[in-house]
Design a protein. Structure first.
Length: 82
């Protein structure tokens, strides 16, 4: 488990479909401008196919390799400080 770094999250291949047919569902998400910018910049930097895929990479990392206590129990806010 890891708290993740960009290389680990966006370069490591993961498969949540296990060879089965991809059955994606639509979800509407509201983000702050800086978060949207981060997703778009990450898409370009790591040559990810879509912004949807960037979000799926983050979620797949959290599900499979992330340290849940670090991800969800650590308070952080880029807008107002640590």
């Amino acid at each position: 488990m890891s708290d993740g770094d960009a290389q680990t999250i966006f370069v490591k291949k993961r498969c949540n479909t296990c060879g089965g047919k991809k059955n994606k569902k639509t979800l509407s998400v509201s983000l702050y401008g800086a978060q949207k910018d981060f997703i778009e910049e990450t898409k370009t930097k790591y040559n990810v196919k879509s912004t949807d895929k960037v979000l799926r990479c983050i979620l797949e990392f959290a599900q499979r390799d992330g340290d849940s206590s670090v991800i969800f129990n650590t308070t952080r806010c880029r807008m107002c400080g640590p």
